[in-house]
Design a protein around this ligand. Structure first.
Ligand code: DAH
Length: 338
């Protein structure tokens, strides 16, 4: 095939080539415009031609290349501007993008709900450190030096010399509050607590508690009961039954544990309440005179009550969650149900 015929063929091919997309443009460029393309290879032939033929060959080669280049440029402009237009246009026929909103953690929800209930009767929030000293966590709360009660809560010690530990309960915040505030005191202390326990469906090495404390003149056990009745009815509903059982805590006297009728079987007996019909929800009692004294509050003049409960437990009972570990797994399939 001589040069003229080859050029004719290339010209025809380039003319019939449709250039509508970016991909078409790329193919076109590879075929006709890059150095190794069929078209450009023809330029190599020129140097082998006789001098008199060379001029004419150069002319027709350049002419064809210019035509091809012109076509490329024109289409390139159109394709690129179309692309831009499309990029700015929303396709209303597409399904909506799923809006993945975050949500509050189940523990935050229950904490806020409890705070909201108690704030209606004048309780305010107090917080304390998670790394606590022995005095605030134990001694000031009337745990005797070698009293077995210290074993009730397996402690993670951080520094044995200074007796620093991760707090085992939020009761330490009672002490910090009574040291710095004068009665009347009405506080709630929510927070994380730590215990050296084997992790299971019912226990974790850390969990959350909320502590309540009320100190004033002439506060009685009747005030404690009425306050907690109010809380339970608001939290679990009017039809729930409540009972107090005598118990022991070093920092309260008398001490009690409060049960509610089982939220699952309504008191008939099931495996959640171990066929007793009752669920334990919190510990409480009248603040021990020694605790008041330790904080510089006169027990002859003031009295008060305290209570403490586990937040995971409240959420489990309210929402029918049967494994405590699910609160800490960060599995969004669990968390987004709340
Ligand atoms: N601190 C106790 C615990 O962690 C719970 C508790 C019981 C708190 C009785 C109180 C209370 O304030 O009066 O097991």
């Amino acid at each position: 095939m001589n040069l003229k015929e080859s050029l004719k063929k290339i010209k025809e091919e380039s003319e019939s080539f449709s250039l509508n997309t970016k991909e078409d443009l790329d193919k076109f460029r590879l075929k006709f415009l890059v150095k190794k393309s069929e078209m450009m290879e023809l330029f190599n032939i020129i140097k082998d031609l006789a001098a008199e033929e060379r001029k004419e060959a150069g002319r027709i080669l350049n002419e064809t290349r210019n035509l091809i280049e012109e076509k490329f440029k024109q289409h390139q402009e159109v394709v690129l501007s179309k692309r831009e237009e499309n990029a700015n246009k929303e396709d209303l026929s597409l399904p909506p993008l799923h809006n993945q909103k975050g949500s509050r953690h189940a523990i935050s929800i229950i904490r806020n709900r409890i705070i909201e209930i108690f704030s209606r009767i004048g309780f305010i929030i107090e917080e304390g450190p998670e790394i606590e000293d022995d005095w605030h966590n134990f001694s000031a709360l009337n745990f005797a030096e070698n009293h077995p009660a210290r074993d009730m809560q397996d402690t993670f010690f951080i520094n044995m010399e200074d007796q620093l530990a991760l707090r085992t309960h939020t009761s330490s915040v009672q002490i910090r509050t009574m040291q710095t505030q004068k009665p009347p005191i009405r506080i709630l202390a929510p927070g994380r607590v730590y215990r050296n326990e084997a992790v299971s469906a019912r226990a974790n090495c850390f969990f959350h508690q909320i502590e309540g404390l009320y100190i004033d003149e002439k506060v009685s056990f009747a005030d404690l009961k009425q306050t907690l009745y109010f809380f339970v009815k608001e939290m679990y509903g009017d039809e729930i039954e409540v009972r107090f059982r005598p118990s022991y805590f070093p920092f309260t006297e008398p001490s009690a544990e409060m049960d509610i009728s089982c939220t699952i079987c309504k008191g008939k007996g099931c495996n959640v309440c171990k066929y007793s019909g009752w669920l334990e929800i919190l510990g409480c009692g009248m603040v021990h005179p020694n605790v008041l004294k330790n904080c510089g509050i006169d027990p002859e003049k003031y009295s008060g009550f305290a209570f403490g409960m586990g937040l995971e437990r409240q959420s489990m009972l309210l929402n029918g969650v049967n494994d405590l570990r699910t609160f800490f797994d960060n599995d969004t399939r669990f968390l987004k149900q709340f």
